[in-house]
Ligand binder design. Structure first.
Ligand SMILES: [Zn+2]
Length: 126
């Protein structure tokens, strides 16, 4: 049996995935298809619900390009806010949680579904 959960609105998607997860049994596999940001968010939700990474296959519909300005989620290392930004990896964003200017680092957390962001001047701070 295959269950397909299709959505375009992020909030509906989280609810739909949560509903399917109540039915999930050992042996289920998950295939997540979509943009990088949406795949990351759903994968994070699955991992948070206890699905192990070996049970998840991701298919990103955008070409892999860390230099592309696109929607990415960024985890602030200083206040732990995860926020959406249109940015390239190595780009700069302002954290909406603490207003710190963040460098979007290459490190990507599947658990958080976000790139690590940290202050560019954090080593100079006293
Ligand atoms: Zn912050």
């Amino acid at each position: 049996m295959t269950t397909v959960v299709q959505f375009t609105d992020e909030t509906d998607g989280f609810d739909a995935v949560a509903s399917v997860l109540t039915l999930a049994r050992c042996g289920w596999r998950f295939i997540v298809v979509g943009t990088e940001a949406n795949v990351g968010r759903i994968t994070s939700q699955l991992i948070g619900a206890g699905v192990i990474e070996g049970e998840i296959t991701v298919v990103v519909t955008e070409p892999p390009d860390i230099r592309a300005q696109r929607i990415r989620d960024v985890f602030c290392a200083h206040c732990h806010t995860v926020a959406e930004a249109t940015v390239a990896v190595d780009g700069m964003v302002e954290c909406p949680g603490c207003a710190a200017p963040l460098i979007v680092y290459h490190h990507y957390s599947r658990r958080q579904g976000a790139y690590l962001g940290f202050r560019a001047d954090s080593e100079d701070m006293q």
